[in-house]
Design a binder for this molecule. Structure first.
Ligand code: SAM
Length: 289
């Protein structure tokens, strides 16, 4: 018996129904994104090529992608890409998938429009999106980015190089400020971080696609979710230039405890919490004199 030749429309319809049966949240969209990725076509191009046959070599890969999506692997890991600050980044399961709220940190820094080139340290760079987006937007700035996870740094390196920022973003491995000790100049205008800030007991509240697929070292920060933030707040002033600023992302319930932690450190002369577009506490900026 002749093997059936599938076309784009039939495959999209079949996959949408299959995803629906397995309660995948956006069944049609996911089907289109996955097939488009596989065939290297935009979603619009898929619509313009509904009759195009899809052959066995692609079908077997598509079947594998469908299986992984049913296992709730996030789409970004399946297509190995995520947009951040209108730039394209490679992602895989070694790094957290960059979130749109994190763009807020980058925008806040860029909007200060400093006259002189800035020296910036990013702690916990993951896929490298913050460091790379800053370097792309401000080619004169010197940026150093660290991570405790060597695997994540390989992804950051790939993204940094793809955006031609190799000369301007240095990547260092180690725990928080430890790698900075080796540098000749260990002071910065900005220290920036999107640290892990989920409480360990929130593990079961996370959606399975996050909990079961994203790196736990990028998510969890002890009982109260503040174990890394606490260290950032107390250690950062030793690495800031006069007038320098620490800026970092927080969870939407962490504004008050984080403000208290900042108030305990008399070296900070000013601090504020900025809300995101959803009106939630999201970014903290604390400056020293
Ligand atoms: C929430 S992710 C942020 C990744 C990326 N900056 C972003 O915004 O998408 C936190 C990152 O911090 C790193 N990290 C966790 N603990 C660390 C530590 N003690 N020192 C340095 N980096 C750490 C993790 O490996 C992870 O890449």
């Amino acid at each position: 018996m002749a093997t059936k030749i599938w076309n784009v429309l039939e495959l999209l319809d079949w996959t949408t129904e299959y995803f629906e049966k397995h309660n995948i949240p956006n069944p049609r969209l996911d089907a289109e994104v996955l097939l488009g990725h596989l065939l290297e076509k935009s979603r619009l191009q898929l619509y313009l090529h509904f009759d195009m046959p899809v052959y066995q070599e692609h079908l077997s890969i598509f079947r594998e992608l469908i299986k992984r999506r049913i296992a709730l692997t996030p789409i970004s890991y399946l297509i190995n890409r995520k947009e951040f600050m209108s730039l394209d980044f490679y992602v895989d399961e070694r790094v957290l998938i960059p979130r749109p709220e994190t763009e807020f940190i980058v925008e806040t820094i860029l909007n200060t429009n400093p006259e002189k080139p800035q020296r910036v340290l990013e702690i916990g760079t993951g896929s490298g999106v913050i460091a790379t987006a800053l370097a792309v937007n401000e080619p004169e700035w010197e940026i150093i980015a660290t991570d405790i996870c060597q695997d994540a740094l390989q992804v950051a390196e790939k993204n940094r190089d793809a955006h031609e920022c190799t000369e301007r973003v240095s990547l260092l491995h180690g725990d928080l400020f430890e790698p900075i000790q080796e540098l000749d100049t260990s002071h910065f205008n900005w220290i920036v971080s999107n640290p892990p800030y989920v409480m360990s007991r929130e593990n079961n509240d996370l959606s399975p696609d996050v909990r079961d697929h994203e790196p736990h070292i990028a998510l969890f920060a002890g009982e109260d979710g503040l174990s890394i933030i606490r260290r950032l707040i107390s250690e950062a002033p030793s690495y800031l230039n006069p007038g320098g600023k620490l800026i970092f992302e927080i969870g939407d319930t962490q504004g008050t405890p984080v403000q208290e932690l900042i108030n305990e450190q008399i070296v900070y002369e000013d601090s504020k919490i900025i809300k995101d577009y959803a009106g939630k506490d999201r970014v903290v900026v604390a400056s020293i004199a």
